[in-house]
Ligand binder design. Sequence first.
Ligand code: BGC
Length: 438
Amino acid sequence: MWKCPRCETENSDNSAFCPVCGETQQHAQAQRPRAAAGWPTQQTPSAGYGAPAKKSGSKTLIWVLVALLILALGVGGFFAYKAGVFGGGSNTSAPVLPPASGKGGSSEVKSEGGLVGVSMPTRDLQRWNQDGENLKKELEAAGYTVDLQFANNEVATQVSQIENMIANGAKVLVISAIDGNSLGTVLAQAKEKGVSVIAYDRLIMNSDAVSYYATFDNWLVGVKQGEYIEEQLGLKDGKGPFNIEFITGDPGDNNINFFFDGAMSILQPYLDNGQLVCPSGQTDKATVATPEWSTQKAQERFENILSTYYADGRQLDAVLASNDSTACGVETALAALYTNSVYPVITGQDCNIANMKNLIEGKQAMSVFKDTRTLASKTVEMVDALMKGTEPPVNDTKTYDNGTGIIPSFLCEPVVCTAENYWELLVESGYYTADQLK
Ligand code: BGC
């Protein structure tokens, strides 16, 4: 048994060191005369905050050092917080981004990375707003200056916006084409000036100026829609016949060839063997296309179909809709004109807010979730690589031939969204807030 003179712990064993403060027993013994010479041997409670503690000198030293350390961390932490090192400030959950385009904030940081032109088709559909904003935010965070334009679904407007981007010195163009066949001339100018072009989501056709393509696996989107109908109707088990109608998107959008043909790769055999029947007879891509993916035009076409082929109360079992904007038109037409009590299985794509509300209410069975955050990030990686002269990420070098050869692509993965998993997919992942879906 020995008492440590430094921390005054009674040590029952005879180990060489005090287990509490590490003081050596030898040292303790050597110190004993000093303790005897008047050093306190009993720890006295502090007389209050700030009052000098009556402790042993070395213990006081430790406390002083600890206090100094805490103070240093506190002061340093405060300044680090102010400087945003910990992502602090008004929005603690958001990463701290450099100021966009040198605008805003007191410390004007000019982007050094160069100008990137981002050309989106329209503000009318939810997804392009999201895509455009995500791209801008991420490109600016990576240090680039961004010229983001929406072309109001007018080809001439998109062409002139791209011309301006080139004239303003853009080094890379990220383009989601309104009409994949109408950008050849303006992109020839881009190529001449050494501007790289990334086709975003929609492939740009017949132009050798296109260097890369960032998109989702569009064929798989269609396949997932077809498989969903196949499963819901029990087609694999031989059930049927069921009535089905079809609707796809803009004929100038190369994606419909993948969406529609992908879905038909699953459904066509059932049309052929009679398990699926299309009362309107409208099954070919050109007939079921919807200019500009317009909800209004989709609604009009379906009002026509319903009043011509279903007015007698005929049951409609499924609608293959290639995306949410067209599905919305179908759902509005059904609400007005469909009288049978069996509601059809309706597919979609994009997980637009209006459609998610319909999905929750049982008016749409599924959508295909294409996380635009992932696509934006991949595209930014591509831009960055092009700017730095390194290899952009690609995972497909076989599928997308734009008429001038295969365009190396990065395909993100689409995911089926239903009433069962929308909460996890969209709300828990932070894509939407719960309030947005109310
Ligand atoms: C996109 C879809 C979108 C559609 C209409 C397609 O090119 O891939 O996600 O629903 O355009 O905007």
